[in-house]
Structure formats: structure tokens, C-alpha cells
Design a protein around this ligand. Structure first.
Ligand SMILES: Cc1ncc(COP(=O)(O)O)c(C=O)c1O
Length: 394
């Protein structure tokens, strides 16, 4: 049986998959099982920021796998401590300690638990258009009703949703029981939504005035993606808690929640745990990833190449009527089309011509390439998109 048939037969149908089996990756490129090559502007959904199979990450995983793959948090773990010390040098200066886990959703779960334990309050303000994960609490904080509704019975009734980029709405939603506000500095899954310049600083001020914790969910925006190590830095905002995952392990699963020292002190032994969290192999992959990102100055690169990419997307916008808007920060970019059917057709045609792109929020083409992307890769995608959009808008 081939992979697609086996997937259909044996794997839960929770993903809408493209009819493509990727078997190999190097840098900006991946190859399918028939040997066809694709230029990858999805990067495992903003995960492979160093490109596929970066040699430094492969070397670190191989070396650590030969030494110690797993040991539990009943003991001290050398790569875990080293990774935390390394992260402490790149996170916003408010963040002093870390908890390691295995995914973005787990990092957000940890942030919620810590916020509730620290403040002794229970409600959380979340934004319309948000995405925070698929576990029970994180899907509860995720806006899209179709993700939440079927599981309503399980979801705690503690989330107050307000429109994104609306400070007055946040102030109105505060209750005695409000513990924290969670925000993506740029909404990724929600359609690459960039808030106005006063929004993040305004949220910080509201949180300070009302004794609320500000949680920045940087699972997608973190680690250089938007042109700074963390997107909240664009607005010089210091969060009380921060979450990261995706790009941290260079493709290896790892999540992390960081918090202010005095906030993290509210976690005592037994309050939270994860068998695999901060595992030596995952942490070694993350150390190699972060160090390589530092060496290659990837946040600066993302700012530069992202600016160029956005300029080229704006050229497409001027040319084609079916485009609503181009937007982006660093290498997190979106091209909103007027119709869902056109966006879907563009994704399929791009794939057929050797380009992987993704569509989010129904009709927003999202581009989250590896941060090692070159100008020539962007140019070749833009000229292909130009032809494809001209064909599908006819
Ligand atoms: C902002 C944000 N938070 C949380 C998550 C959940 O991460 P994971 O899929 O690793 O659980 C995502 C995933 O896309 C995300 O974009």
C-alpha cells in the first residue's frame, strides 16, 4: 500500500492533506516520493526557519542521540539548563525563567496554569481571530468557532473574547476574576493580522493598571520570524509570560514557556510537569538551532528579505483585481484574496508548478519560508504567482 492509501486507512482524518508525500528536505527545498522538487514557502508551518535538515541541527541531534536520548526531569539535564541560559540572552528582558514542553499548545497551557496560580484568579481575555492550539484550554482561547463548538462541553467557561486591535474592548472585558490577557503580537493562523502601533503598548498599560498578566503567544512569531527575536520587541513591550515552539528545535518538537522571575516562582514542585519536556535530544537540537540563528543573524535577515517580499507582493496587489491586500512583518506574510475558491486554486496550481504555499483564514495565502530564503527564491515565487493568479482570476 502506498503512503496516501495507508494514511487514509489507518490515520484519523483530522488533517486536510494535499496529495503529496514529502520524503526529503535540504535548505529551501523538499522532494516528494516521485523525486519532484519543491521550493518550500511553508517550512512545516513556520517551523524550519533554518531550512530543512540544517547540518548543525543534524550534527547536534546525532551527537546527543549517541550520548543520551532521554532522561526524566527527576534529574538535572545538562542541555536543558544550557538551552535556558541561551534563551535568557535573547528573550525580552522581563523574562527570567523557563518551563520546557513539547509543543506550542503545551506552552500556552503552561502559561495559563501559571497565570491562574500566580494571580489566584481564573478568567483570561483572548482575541477574536486568535489561534493558541487544540488542547482543551488552548482551543477554548482560540477564536474560530468551528474549532471550539464541537468540544464546548469540555471547555472551561473562563475565556472572554474581544476584537483584535481594540483596546477599549479589552478594558470593557476586565472583571474582578480576570487573571491575564493573551495576545499574538501578529496573528498568524488568523490571517497574518498586524495590529496598529499603539496596540501592544496599550495592552501592556491596561495590564499594569489592572494587575493583569500579559501573555505574548510567540509560538509562530518568535525566534526571528518577524525580523526581531520576538515580535513584541517591535513595540518594545515586555510580557509577563511568553510562549514559543515551532522554530525553536529546528524541526525537532519542543515548546517553551518563559515568565518573569517572580511570576515563575508561583510554580512549586508538582504544579506542572511533562515526561518529555526539556528532553536532552530536543534541547540539543534547540541549542544548535538558536546558536545557528544567532550566527546567521536570521532575525535581521528576516527583516530585510521580508521587506523585499512585501514590496513584491504589493506589486502583485496593484496588478490583480482578485487581491484584497498584501501584508506582513518580516517573513510572516499574507496575501489576502477576495475569494476562498481563488486562494485554494492558487495553492493547488503553485504546488503543481513546484512551490509549496499555504492558505489560512479561508482566503489568505500565507508565506512563512525558512529565514534562509534568498531574493531569487522570492522572485521565482512572485513570477509564478503572477501567472497563476492571472489564470485563475479569468
Ligand atoms: C500562535 C500559536 N500558538 C499556539 C499554537 C499551537 O502550537 P502547536 O501546534 O505546536 O500545539 C500555534 C500553532 O500554529 C500558533 O500559531
Amino acid at each position: 500500500m502506498d503512503t496516501i492509501k495507508m494514511t487514509e486507512r489507518y490515520i484519523a482524518h483530522t488533517y486536510k492533506r494535499q496529495p503529496l508525500t514529502i520524503v526529503k528536505g535540504r535548505g529551501m527545498f523538499v522532494w516528494d516520493s516521485a523525486g519532484r522538487r519543491y521550493l518550500d514557502f511553508v517550512a512545516g508551518v513556520a517551523v524550519c526557519s533554518l531550512g530543512h535538515c540544517h547540518p548543525e541541527v543534524v550534527k547536534a541531534i546525532t551527537k546527543q542521540a549517541n550520548k543520551l536520548i532521554h532522561i526524566s526531569n527527576l534529574y538535572h539535564i545538562q542541555p536543558q539548563a544550557e538551552l535556558a541560559a541561551l534563551l535568557a540572552r535573547i528573550v525580552p528582558r522581563s523574562i527570567g525563567k523557563f518551563f520546557f514542553c513539547n509543543s506550542g499548545a503545551e506552552a500556552v497551557e503552561a502559561a495559563f496554569k501559571l497565570a491562574v496560580k500566580h494571580t489566584k484568579k481564573r478568567r483570561i481575555i483572548a482575541m477574536q481571530g486568535s489561534f493558541h492550539g487544540r488542547t482543551i484550554a488552548t482551543v477554548g482561547a482560540t477564536w474560530k468557532p468551528s474549532y471550539r463548538e464541537p468540544f464546548k462541553a469540555l471547555i472551561p467557561k473562563i475565556f472572554d473574547f474581544v476584537p483584535y486591535d481594540d483596546l477599549n474592548a479589552v478594558e470593557r472585558a476586565i472583571r474582578d476574576e480576570t487573571a491575564a490577557v493573551i495576545v499574538e503580537p501578529v496573528q498568524g493562523e488568523g490571517g497574518v493580522n498586524i495590529p496598529s502601533k499603539d496596540y501592544l503598548p496599550g495592552l501592556r498599560k491596561i495590564c499594569d493598571e489592572n494587575d493583569l498578566l500579559l501573555i505574548c503567544d510567540e509560538v509562530q512569531t518568535g525566534l526571528g520570524r518577524t525580523g526581531k527575536w520576538f515580535a513584541c520587541e517591535h513595540w518594545k513591550v515586555l510580557p509577563d509570560e511568553i510562549t514559543m515552539a515551532k522554530a525553536l528545535g529546528g524541526g525537532f518538537p519542543i515548546g517553551c514557556m518563559g515568565a518573569r522571575l517572580e511570576v515563575m516562582e508561583s510554580f512549586a514542585p508538582g504544579d506542572h510537569a511533562s515526561t518529555f519536556g526539556g528532553n536532552p535530544l530536543a534541547c540539543s537540537a534547540a541549542i544548535a538551532s538558536v546558536k545557528t540563528m544567532q550566527k546567521l543573524k536570521l532575525p535581521e535577515r528576516a527583516a530585510k528579505l521580508g521587506g523585499y517580499f512585501l514590496k513584491r507582493l504589493n506589486e502583485l496587489d496593484e496588478k490583480h483585481d482578485c487581491i484584497e491586500e498584501a501584508r506582513g512583518l518580516g517573513l510572516l506574510l499574507g496575501l489576502e484574496l477576495k475569494e476562498k475558491s481563488i486562494a485554494e486554486a492558487v495553492v493547488v496550481k503553485a504546488r503543481e508548478r513546484g512551490f509549496l504555499i499555504n492558505c489560512t483564514a479561508d482566503k489568505v495565502l500565507r508565506f512563512v519560508p525558512p529565514l534562509i530564503v534568498e531574493q531569487e527564491h522570492i522572485d521565482s515565487l512572485i513570477s509564478e504567482l503572477d501567472c497563476i493568479i492571472a489564470e485563475v482570476e479569468k
